[in-house]
Every structure is written in C-alpha cells, then in structure tokens.
Ligand binder design. Structure first.
Ligand code: NAD
Length: 478
C-alpha cells in the first residue's frame, strides 16, 4: 500500500495546478505484481498545455528570476528532499522495485543534485574576448528557454535531479515526462519544488505513455532542448522528432560497460565493484558493468571469487531490502529470460535464485569464459547478468573493451601507473575509472557516452553548458 501523499497520484502538474488527465494508467509494484495506484495518462493536448505554461514562465516571473534566487530555490528544494528522504525512498522502492537502501541512496543523490546545482546557478558566466581595436566583445550564457525531459523508470530520482536540476539552475522552464512504469517520485519532487517557491510553469509534469505524451513532447515545436535517457531505439526516434524542429538533444542510452582486471590487480579491492556494478538495481542501470575482462593469469581466481559473491546474493521484495530486487515489469522479465535462453551454450559459473511466486524476478547469472562476440557480451541485457571474458595482453583487452557499439563507462584494475594512463586514453568511453567503478555516484562528474551510448553530457558543471546557449555580443565603440 502507498503511504499518505500530499498529492493525487492520478494528477499532472501544469502551470502550477494539479489536474486530472482524460484517463489513467495503472502503476504496478514490481515486487508483487499488484497495482499500486492510478497515474495520469497525459496526451498531446496536455503536453501542449504544459509547453504553453513553460513558455509563459520563461517569458514571465521565472525568466526574470536572478541566478542567485534560482540557486536559493534549488537549495531550498534540496533541503525539502532531505526532509522527505524516507517518503521518497518508500515510493521509489514500491514503484521501481528498488531495494530500499538503493532507493535511499537515490533520494540522497537527488538532494545532492539540488544542492550542487543550487550552488552552481550563479557561478556560470560568459567571457570577454580580446578583439579588434575599438571593440568590446563578450559572451552571455543564456537558457535555451523551454526544455523537455524524458526520463526512464530505472533511476527516476537521479535522472530528474541531474537533468531538471541543471536546467532550472540555468533558468530554463521544464516539461518533464516521467516513465509510465515509475513516476511517483517525479510527482512528489514537483510538489516539493512548488513548496520551495518555484513559480508556476517553471516545472510541469505530464506522466503518460511514451508513444503518446513522450512522442508529443519530442515533436513539440515549442520545445527548445530535449534531454532523453532510455533505449537506443526510442532515443533515435526522439532525435529524429527533435531534428525536424532543429532542436538540440542530449541522449543517454545505456551501454555494455567493461571492467578490466589486469595481472597485477588488487582483487580484494576489485571484487565488490566487479559484482555490485553489475547487479545494482538488478542490472537495470545504464552504466551497469556487464562485461568483466580478466587477464588469463587471474581467471580462475576471479571466477571463484565472483561465484562465491553471486551465491551469497539474496533476491527479494524491495521493501525487505534484499541485495537484488525484481525487474520493473513483465516485459523486461521476458526480455531478460530470452537472453538467458540464448546463453544455454555458455558455461554458467554461478546463479542467485529468485523467490517463488508473483513479482518480476529473474535469477542473477554469471557466465564465463565467454567469447567477446557472443550476443550476451555485445547486447545490453538490462538485467542481473554478467559475462567474464579472458584476455592475453593489454592490446587485446583494449580491443575487446572497445569492441561493442557502446561507450559509456569503463574501469581498469591495475597498479601499473603507465598502463593506467595509456588505457584512460585508449578506451572509447565517456568515463574511465581507475581502481574503482562509478566513484560513488558522482553528482559532480560529467557523464554521458560515445557511440550508441549517446551524446551530450549531464551531471557536474558540464550539464550547465548543455542546458544553456551562448550569445556573442560585439560592441564597436571606437
Ligand atoms: P524506453 O526508451 O522506451 O523508455 C524510456 C522513456 O522514453 C520513458 O519515459 C518512455 O515513456 C519514453 N518513450 C517511449 N517511447 C517514446 C517515444 N516514441 N517518444 C518519446 N518518448 C518515448 O525504454 P523501455 O521500453 O522502458 O525499456 C526498454 C530498454 O531500454 C531496456 O531494456 C534497456 O535496454 C533500455 N533502457 C535504458 C535506460 C538507460 O538508463 N539508459 C533506461 C531504461 C531503459
């Protein structure tokens, strides 16, 4: 059952008002398969109203709000998020099926995004440029105007924090389309934003189906920048729709991220990262490390250590705070089971078994040794599945690591400083970690991909440049 909420889950937030849609969609608890509540099924006309409201905010009070005051609102919002950590955590655990301690980490990350972007709002500025005699030239960093944010179900709080937080800091007015499978924390976040003093229209939330509300937002001519996180296929269609309006897009589309264990790796340090970076959020993480590349001299050791870690993992209902929760929905469960069926030719090293009964659970499965061109070593599975791939030398490790369509995150485990530097350059990846993976979430660290992992950067200061545009002013004064 849902806890008491200050909002109706079946409402949308448009122009500062909570309003019903024409119809609703059921929201399911992945841990039990039961319906939790109804959410709004926003349609094109709702998206249109939200965009109009954002345009008014852009041209009105919000557009005139100083950077200092935008920062204060975001900082207050961060404080409210902290005060509501437990409610946000419970909603995310029920809605996403995310183990409660992982959901709590996401709520705290949301607060950090608000704090970070609140503090950064008045620290982004243009430059003066030396030019011809008699000229003064400078640049102004300005918001795009109305930004669209299409968010998936796997990390709603973190992804809203990093995209909406940065967009608001720069003075954009936002229209947020959360995922149909998980939108409760988006609604509560928007409510807290109104409580923090965000004016009407600066943040609108239209839940609904991707093919309806999502497609309408991507194609809306009033949108001036789009941020999308999700699948490659949907990201490509969003980019095409935005392209028709010549609108810039940030795409964050997932990956097949490797960790590379060299002969001199400290395995005690590496082991928790090797396993947990693949199994966190049941593997439904864009930056999940689904490929473990291991030097042949350490293969047996890594296989036996990871096998023991897998056997100790407990899969269960999110509210019981297991190591691994369910997948988001029946469709994702079928998709992951289809991958496991394709793995019948692979050596299964270890498995953590799912509970009996309802809920969208799958076994956590570790395979190896696996050839780098096997579908399980090439395609994003988005489930608790990892493969171990052996290599003989550094050149082969780089070739395998770079040998997929993706390039989001990579990590190297070695004590050799020269090798660390060589690989940091050689790996085709938006982020490279040396003797760690993910650096604890890293609100401050620019994040994004190459290849089919997408383009553009969110998180850190870099996002503020993505959510703004540059104007050059050249004054001739003699
Ligand atoms: P999806 O890409 O279809 O959905 C992500 C978001 O896009 C949701 O808000 C959805 O409503 C919206 N959307 C869907 N169709 C749309 C359209 N035509 N126009 C605009 N918006 C649209 O992802 P999914 O179907 O939920 O999951 C399928 C696969 O996507 C997963 O198995 C996984 O591989 C990948 N995925 C990746 C991430 C990530 O963080 N990179 C997140 C979720 C899913």
């Amino acid at each position: 059952m849902l806890p008491d909420l200050p909002i109706d889950t079946a409402h949308m937030l448009i122009d500062g008002t909570w309003c019903p849609a024409q119809s609703t969609l059921p929201l399911t608890n992945p841990s039990s398969g039961e319906v939790l509540c109804q959410i709004a099924r926003g349609r094109a006309e709702d998206v249109d109203a939200a965009v109009r409201s954002a345009e008014q905010a852009r041209d009105g009070d919000w557009g005139r709000t100083t950077a200092v005051d935008r920062g204060r609102i975001l900082t207050r919002l961060g404080q409210l998020v902290l005060e509501h950590t437990e409610l946000l955590t419970t909603l995310e655990a029920l809605d996403v099926g995310k183990p409660i301690s992982q959901a709590r980490a996401d709520a705290l990350a949301l607060a950090r995004y608000c704090e970070f972007y609140g503090g950064a709002a008045d620290k982004v500025h243009g430059q003066t440029i030396p030019y011809l005699d008699g000229y003064t030239v400078y640049t102004l960093r300005e918001p795009h105007g109305v930004t669209g944010h299409i968010v998936p179900w796997n990390y709603p709080m973190q992804i809203i924090g990093r995209s909406v937080g940065a967009a608001l800091a720069m003075g954009n007015a936002c229209v947020l389309k959360p995922a149909e499978d998980a939108c409760l924390t988006a609604l509560l976040f928007a409510y807290l934003a109104t409580q923090a003093g965000l004016p009407a229209g600066a943040l609108n939330v239209v839940p609904g189906l991707g093919a309806e509300a999502g497609a309408a937002l991507s194609a809306h001519p009033g949108i001036q920048h789009l941020s999308f996180t999700g699948s490659v296929a949907t990201g490509a269609s969003v980019q095409i729709a935005a392209g028709a309006n010549v609108v810039p897009v940030t795409l964050e589309l997932g990956g097949k991220s490797p960790q590379i264990v060299f002969e001199d790796a400290n395995l005690d340090d590496a082991l928790p990262f090797l396993v947990n970076a693949g199994l966190q959020n049941a593997g439904q993480t864009c930056s999940a490390s689904s490929r473990i590349l291991v030097h042949t001299s350490r293969l047996e050791e890594v296989i036996s250590a990871m096998a023991a870690a897998y056997r100790a993992k407990h899969i269960g209902a999110a509210m019981d705070d297991p190591d691994i929760g369910p997948l988001i929905n029946a469709r994702q469960k079928e998709r992951v089971l289809a991958f496991l069926a394709k793995a019948s030719d692979l050596p299964l090293i270890a498995r953590a078994e799912p509970p009996e009964g309802p809920g969208f659970y799958v076994p956590a499965s570790l395979y190896g040794p696996v050839s780098p061109d096997h579908p399980l070593a090439q395609q994003e599975i988005f489930g608790p599945v990892q493969v171990i791939i052996p290599f003989e030398d550094e050149a082969e490790a780089v070739e395998i690591a770079n040998g997929t369509d993706y390039g989001l995150v990579a990590s190297i485990w070695t004590e050799n400083g020269a090798r660390q530097m060589r690989l940091a350059k050689a790996l085709r990846s938006g982020q490279v970690f040396i003797n760690n993976y993910g650096a604890g979430g890293g609100v401050e660290l620019p994040f994004g991909g190459t290849g089919k992992s997408g383009h553009g950067r969110e998180k850190g200061f870099e996002a503020l440049y993505g959510f703004s545009t540059l104007k050059t002013v050249a004054a001739r004064h003699g």
